[in-house]
Design a protein around this ligand. Structure first.
Ligand SMILES: Nc1ncnc2c1ncn2[C@@H]1O[C@H](COP(=O)(O)OP(=O)(O)O)[C@@H](O)[C@H]1O
Ligand SMILES: [Mg+2]
Length: 579
């Protein structure tokens, strides 16, 4: 954290100086008060005759001190927040930048909900911690030690009484904090769960309604919420107990001070003004300790949050960038060389001994039941994940040797789930090629069979897409995603089940247009329907993570049982197309 604090240390130091001013004013006041009482009102040093002049001058001094203290306090507040806010701001930016570098496995591991909590709630917690620390540490320690010092100055016995109570107070503090500390990490984790549910349920509210799952989801959310509240209550109980003990302890101190004071008052010992001041100091000490309690609570929370923010900041990019960024001769050839793959952190092999070569300009379709590993296979080409065994080569070079940016510039992917951003349709299409002209955007949309429906809307390419493309139909979203891939002019195009929501006619037109305009690009088409793949140069049939057969439509129909099965199950639809 020092790295961040150091940058804004000057604000913290200025804040600390103002804080010292504020606390000193607080500490001096009771001593002046005791003089007003003893000398001004009771006239103890003047044979019992009060002195109005003393009251006036000391009273004015006190007002001056209060004003100065308030001035220092306000400025302290300003500088404390300047340092806290700036530090939080830097951290938030760094976290965001870091998350942008995360590999797919890292994103899988953290989870979206947790990352959002870390960047928002946790950083706010750290920010508060810094502010509280700068304010509280100086204020409480000065207030506590100052009160003890001034107590000693007033009367040695008063000082000793407070000093005796001190170990008990500290002991109670440590005990409670030890009890509460583990709860703070638990709190943040529970908050994570709540955020994850919130995120899932709010973005999936339509499907929840469609499946009439509202009650179940409410219960699920309620359960997570209850868990959080339960932990929060446990923390509250601990701190309430601590408050109680601290208060009780201080009242004991005040009582003893009063007892000793009145006992001594008869002798030459304490004066009424001193006893008054001693009570004020004892109360200040109590305030200092209570603030310390709050402070430690903030520190515990802040540190628990900092640990979570640190996990993000200290995550090293898992995919080590290769150095190769140059041009290649083959421009779009892919080779899977005995590739096996299991998702990081899991045991099960999703892909096993895949051998497949795709030549430049070839169209290869991948077919297979859901869950057999098609998406996984495709995601190895732009190196979203690293192979567990074997190698994936693009243009004869292992993808791990590529500079990631260079590799991903060669490959355009439409993901199985179309992701659109809340921006204009045109902007969404040009997402991967921001410098594309209006004509290029339109040309890509024409190939993707999207131009017709886009142009028919009132604002055309300027139409704003609602969050995550909610304002569009599935097929429209898919076509915009395809246009986004096409405009990139990449050597390799991967369509992961991207035409599933299109009718067969539109789909056929799309592939035809694509073949005409981009004959040189290598195309990997993942699909479920025979109609989508039959025109491919070759079709690879995946079964349980292995390649069952590779061949043309006719070859597979003649010799591959899995393909025949799929064909026969879809035969009705096939005939529709021919007809
Ligand atoms: N991020 C992931 N982490 C762990 N397992 C995954 C992940 N994504 C997919 N899988 C698993 O890998 C298998 C293959 O998934 P996938 O490649 O998406 O199948 P397909 O695209 O053929 O329907 C599935 O059994 C799925 O459960
Ligand atoms: Mg898939």
């Amino acid at each position: 954290m020092w790295k961040y604090v150091r940058k804004y240390l000057h604000f913290a130091v200025i804040a600390a100086l103002f804080m010292i001013g504020e606390v000193l004013m607080d500490l001096i006041q009771p001593s002046i008060m005791s003089r007003i009482v003893d000398e001004g009102v009771l006239g103890l040093n003047n044979g019992g005759i009060g002195d109005l002049h003393v009251i006036w001058t000391l009273g004015l001094q006190m007002i001056g001190l209060v004003l100065f203290g308030g001035f220092c306090g306000s400025l302290n507040n300003v500088f404390v927040h300047l340092s806290g806010q700036n530090i939080g701001n830097e951290m938030r930016k760094d976290c965001f930048r870091k998350i942008m570098t995360f590999s797919f496995p890292q994103l899988d591991r953290f989870g979206t909900g947790s990352l959002v909590t870390r960047v928002t709630n946790d950083i706010t917690q750290v920010q508060n911690f810094v502010s509280q620390f700068v304010r509280g540490m100086i204020r409480t320690s000065l207030l506590m030690f100052g009160s003890i010092y001034f107590m000693f100055r007033l009367n040695r016995d008063f000082g000793l009484i407070v000093l005796c109570a001190f170990p008990f107070i500290v002991g109670c503090l440590v005990f409670c904090l030890m009890k509460a500390n583990p709860l703070f990490s638990q709190l943040q984790a529970q908050l994570d769960t709540i955020n994850a549910i919130m995120q899932e349920d709010v973005s999936g509210i339509r499907i929840i309604k469609a499946c009439v799952r509202e009650i179940y989801e409410k219960l699920r959310f309620g359960k997570a919420n209850d868990a959080l509240i339960k932990t929060q209550l446990r923390v509250l109980v601990i701190f309430a107990f601590m408050n109680l003990v601290m208060n009780a302890m201080m009242y004991v101190v005040i009582t003893v001070v009063l007892l000793v004071g009145s006992y001594e008052a008869g002798d030459s010992g304490a004066t009424p003004g001193q006893i008054m001041a001693a009570i004020t100091y004892a109360t200040q000490l109590l305030n200092g300790i209570l603030m310390l309690v709050m402070l430690f609570q903030g520190i515990s929370r802040g540190l628990a949050s900092w640990k979570r923010v640190k996990e993000v900041l200290n995550s090293e990019p898992e995919l080590k960038d290769g150095g190769f960024a140059g041009e290649t001769k083959q421009q779009g050839a892919i080779e899977f060389r005995d590739v096996s793959f299991s998702y990081p952190g899991t045991e099960r092999m999703v892909l096993e001994h895949i051998n497949l070569t795709v030549h430049k300009g070839e169209t290869v379709a991948i077919m297979g039941a859901t869950g057999c590993g098609k998406t996984t296979l495709a995601s190895l080409i732009p190196r979203f994940y690293d192979v567990t065994d074997g190698a994936v080569l693009v243009d004869g070079i292992d993808v791990r040797e590529y500079n990631q940016k260079a590799l991903r510039e060669k490959v355009a992917v439409t993901l199985q789930k179309s992701e659109l951003f809340s921006a204009a349709i045109g902007e969404n299409i040009a997402w991967g090629a921001p410098e594309a002209s209006q004509e290029e955007i339109k040309a890509a949309a024409v190939i993707a069979q999207a131009d017709d429906f886009i142009s028919s809307t009132k604002d055309g390419y300027e139409t704003i897409v609602a969050e995550r493309g909610m304002s569009l139909s599935g097929g429209q979203k898919q076509r915009i995603s395809i246009a986004r891939a096409i405009i990139k002019a990449a050597e390799i195009l991967i369509f992961d089940d991207s035409t599933s929501a299109l009718d067969l006619k539109t789909e056929a037109n799309l592939y035809e247009a694509l073949q005409k305009t981009n004959p040189g690009s290598t195309k990997i088409i993942i699909a479920q329907r025979i109609a989508s793949v039959r025109r491919a140069d070759r079709i690879a049939v995946l079964e349980n993570g292995r390649i069952a057969a590779v061949g043309t439509h006719e070859e597979l129909l003649a010799g591959c049982a899995v393909y025949q099965d799929i064909y026969h199950s879809q035969i009705g639809k096939e005939e529709e197309v021919h007809g």
